[in-house]
Design a protein around this ligand. Structure first.
Ligand code: ATP
Length: 901
């Protein structure tokens, strides 16, 4: 029986009425009920945004100067009566459009599949327990838990709200966050002022809350207007735009040269208009790299896939390129550089320090005071008080699943719960005895958490507070003593203890309490400001991840600086920074010190300092700006809702996939599936490789065009027939060049990718070096092709069709060998790895050889392309010319290597 939910003015109903109306309970639905509701209401997702229909994508392929030039050439060829040539030109235009169409579709699909890896999640109560589920599985009646940074998964009637503020711009256009509360509002309140509702698609920016789902999917407010919001991401990056601009420039230049050649040919050399027109078309077709855009798009898409394979999920395509030029990575510490597996290692008390031993989350480990093991830690009065407070003032859970101890919740808190377990305390029992009456949750901004807890002995409730030491110290007026009354708070002594623990790389928390608090049920800071008793400090160890030490080292070698930004104490941060091998770790700077610097001073400082401690999201933003002002290309990590501005501002914003909030993910260009710094380093490496491979593809394709164009110009200048016809050129450009160049998209990273400095962001794609190489190889191709053609025609008396067939095969033979050279920009290809190391290259070469055999010997293709079968002596000659051309390129590389040191 599907549940009958009457659409009500939920905002005017009380929370209880809302729960009743939805047949729901404050503790959430039962799993079985939720499954039933999912069946009857359907998934919580909006109908797919309408995609560009296929025919429009196909038509878009013709929206391209080059294609238009080809079509015009085809029409004129037709008018001149060259049926076959015109047919081939039209055929090629069609094939080109089809290839573009199919490849674009594939690339879009690849990006789509990656985007679904980022499906949003929600925390709901089911059977009274918190569960993290996919947002699409949320059903009406579910109770959703809202934390800062969460994207609201469905329309909710709030049951509870504490300081909850929601950014509703997506729905109402209002850019300022709106305060939310559980109290009902009048039934006729307009949408934007319904403060008792939280709407799907909006983002919580502050505070906490719980709400019951009143509508999902298309029934939500955003669902009703979703048609207006549907956006389809297009394949576009600065590089693609740069290439498109280059293509237009090239087309213009080629048209000019072709026209000039036409005039010179007709006026100066006495060719007929018709013959010269075909030559000019041939020239234009020869010089335009028809297959290049497809190759570049595919290389980018392959890069995105490879990055996803290394846990870096690209949300915006341009990031693939930008990653290759990143020169600074600013990274969070906890969980990104370190494991976020906090372990309680030491307790500092007024009467000395207690070391805690034992690894993992299990309750095994010993406590030692002055080197001697404590048989019963709970018999140590101060230690016992500290451990109880740490456990009561925490939400984390530790339990055993399949024989393994696991934690749920904040690892910092889990360390305290595990520590209490090691002393023999049972956290669940403890929390039942100290029943929580109210709490101020932890937030980085105020850096503490406070709870109001019932007294186990029936007295007035107690307040427990834990947090960053400086914050807690400011709230204390006394300190706890063993077996004695509390003493006045000795700030200097405690600061020395904080320093001692921090220097050892420990995260330090101070724990304090106020016994017998006022009997109110609502906790405010005023209830304990200046009236807390400090119990002691805990020191937590969170070692660097093994792989991050290596990754940091790789980044530094690659000229990418690494800056650590953390909320922890400066000494803790410096100690971890040193362990990670950051060169500027010793002089850690705190957020407060950053506040004291103006922008100019910060620009200088940020170049030297590698560790920023007690930093907030605002500091991150300033740091990004300061680094960018000096021309750095910055990648910045973040997880919280307040990190969004810094992520947006950074050249590559990187959000955490596991710990990160939805707000951070939406602001980021890239999301880390494993929250691991090493994945950023991997993405940088892939980004560099993608750029290299695109460069190699260009370097490979352009000389073919140059060689062909020069050959035709040479023939016109010499007053000869064309060595290659327009349709033959199209064959080479569309079939062989693309097949061969695609192999380069799969090239693995060169050995030097991570030992050379980052590419300058402003570096033009076609640098002087690239232009030189293109020109050099073009000339080699000219010499081989034109030389062979002239030799055949003038000295061997070969017929035109056969000579042309030989010329085309000559061109393709040089192309094939040059493909091996093009795998490395400067390194030698004359190695076993260089010649046989790439399967895609060998496959592409084999395919091309088969294609050339068909082109040469298949009667149907002979008719279409005006070719004729070759004899063995032609092949011998071709090989004898191709090998020296290949060796010439390798010699040029060797010279470059020697000059470059
Ligand atoms: P990083 O930037 O390295 O990821 P972070 O942003 O996680 O660090 P915060 O969580 O802001 O750092 O923690 C700052 C300080 O707040 C810590 O050094 C610790 O003293 C204190 N703190 C952290 N977690 C809690 C908690 N759950 N309850 C109370 N205090 C905490």
């Amino acid at each position: 029986m599907p549940l009958d939910i009457h659409p009500t003015a939920w905002h005017a109903a009380s929370p209880e009425e809302a729960l009743d109306g939805l047949a729901a309970a404050p503790g959430g639905l039962a799993e079985a009920d939720a499954a039933e509701r999912l069946r009857s209401h359907g998934p919580n997702s909006l109908p797919e945004a309408a995609r560009r229909p296929a025919w429009r994508r196909l038509v878009a392929q013709f929206d391209n100067v080059l294609i238009l030039v080809l079509l015009a050439a085809g029409v004129v060829t037709l008018l001149l009566g060259h049926w076959v040539d015109a047919g081939v030109i039209f055929g090629v235009v069609l094939i080109n459009a089809l290839i573009g169409f199919i490849q674009e579709g594939k690339a879009e699909k690849a990006l789509d599949s990656i985007r679904t890896m980022l499906s949003p999640e929600a925390v709901v109560l089911r059977d009274g327990r918190r569960r993290r589920i996919k947002a699409v599985e949320v059903v009406p009646g579910d109770v959703v838990v809202i934390e800062p940074g969460d994207r609201i998964p469905a329309d909710l009637r709030l049951l509870r709200a504490r300081g909850l503020r929601v950014q509703e711009a997506a729905l109402t256009g209002e850019s300022l966050p709106v305060d939310k509360a559980a109290a009902p509002v009048a039934a006729d309140t307009p949408l934007a002022e319904r403060t008792s509702l939280a709407f799907a698609g909006t983002t919580a920016v502050q505070g906490h809350g719980e709400g019951v789902v009143v509508a999902t999917g298309a029934a939500t407010e955003i669902g009703r207007i979703s048609q207006m919001l549907s956006t389809v991401e297009t394949l576009d990056t600065p590089l693609l735009r740069q290439l498109a601009a280059f293509g237009r420039l090239l087309t213009g230049a080629i048209l000019a040269v072709a026209t000039l050649a036409f005039v010179i040919g007709v006026v100066g050399r006495g060719y007929s208009m018709a013959a010269m027109f075909l030559a000019a078309v041939g020239l234009a077709v020869a010089a335009i790299p028809e297959g290049l855009p497809a190759v570049v798009t595919i290389t980018l898409a392959i890069g995105v896939k490879r990055m996803a394979g290394r846990n870096a999920i690209i949300r915006r395509l341009p990031a693939v390129e930008t990653l290759g030029s990143v020169s600074v990575i600013c990274s969070d510490k906890t969980g990104t550089l370190t494991r976020n597996e906090m372990t309680l290692a030491a307790c500092a008390l007024a009467d000395g320090e207690v070391a805690v031993e034992g690894v993992g989350y299990g309750p095994e480990g010993t406590f030692r005071r002055d080197g001697a093991g404590l048989d019963d830690p709970m018999a140590d009065p101060l230690l016992a008080r500290l451990l109880v407070a740490g456990c009561v003032c925490a939400d984390a859970l530790v339990d055993q699943r399949d024989g393994r101890w696991t934690i749920t919740g904040d690892p910092t808190e889990a360390a305290l719960v595990v520590g209490a377990g090691k002393a023999g305390l049972a956290p669940e029992t403890l929390r039942r005895e100290h029943r929580r009456l109210d709490a101020i949750p932890f937030e980085s901004e105020h850096a503490y958490m406070a709870t109001l807890d019932a007294d186990p002995d029936g007295g007035r409730p107690n307040i427990h507070v834990k947090g960053a030491p400086e914050v807690i110290f400011a709230l204390c007026d006394r300190e706890a003593r063993a077996n004695a009354a509390d003493a006045p708070f000795d700030a200097a002594a405690w600061r020395a203890r904080v320093e001692s623990l921090s220097r050892r790389g420990m995260r330090v928390l101070a724990l304090a309490e106020r016994a017998g608090a006022p009997d109110e049920l609502r906790l405010r800071q005023a209830d304990f400001d200046g009236s807390l008793t400090l119990i002691g400090l805990v020191g937590l160890l969170d070692p660097p991840r093994e792989e991050t030490v290596a990754a940091v080292h790789r980044c530094l070698r690659a000229g990418v600086r690494v800056k650590m930004i953390t909320g922890d104490h400066a000494l803790t941060a410096a100690a971890i920074g040193e362990r990670l091998g950051l060169p500027g770790a010793a002089g850690a700077l705190t957020g407060r010190e950053v506040d004291g610097l103006d922008d100019a001073a910060l620009r200088t400082v940020v170049q030297e300092v590698d560790v920023f401690a007690r930093a907030t999201p605002e500091h991150k933003l300033r740091l990004v700006q300061a680094l960018q002002a000096d021309g750095s290309v910055v990648a910045m990590t973040g997880d919280g809702v307040n990190d969004a501005p810094a992520l947006k501002r950074a050249d590559v914003g990187v959000a955490m996939g596991v710990q990160g909030t939805d707000a951070a993910k939406e602001a980021a260009e890239m999301v880390l599936a494993d929250d691991n710094f090493a994945s950023i380093a991997a993405a940088v490496e892939e980004g560099r490789t993608v750029y290299d491979n695109i460069k190699k593809a260009i370097l490979f394709i352009l000389p073919t065009n140059g060689g062909q164009a020069l050959t035709i110009l040479a023939a016109i200048a010499a007053g000869m027939v064309l060595p290659i016809t327009a349709v033959q050129i199209l064959w080479v450009n569309m079939i062989t060049a693309v097949t061969l160049a695609l192999a380069l998209a799969f090239e693995p990273a060169e050995r030097t990718v991570m030992t050379r400095p980052p590419r300058r962001a402003a570096e033009p794609l076609l640098s002087g070096f690239l232009l030189w190489r293109v020109g050099f190889v073009s000339v080699l191709m000219l010499l081989a092709v034109f030389g062979l053609f002239v030799w055949e025609i003038r000295t061997q008396g070969t017929d035109l069709a056969t000579a042309r067939t030989a010329a085309v095969n000559m061109l393709v033979a040089v192309e094939i060998l040059y493909l091996f050279s093009a795998r490395y920009l400067t390194a030698s290809a004359l190695t076993a790895e260089g010649l046989f190391g790439s399967r895609p290259v060998l496959i592409a070469v084999a395919l091309t050889i088969v294609a050339q055999a068909a082109f040469t010997y298949l009667p149907a293709l002979n008719v279409l392309f005006g070719t004729a079968p070759l004899e063995p002596r032609h092949w011998l000659l071709i090989v004898c010319l191709a090998v020296p051309a290949f060796l010439a390129v390798e010699a040029e590389k060797a010279l470059l290597r020697r000059r470059g040191g």
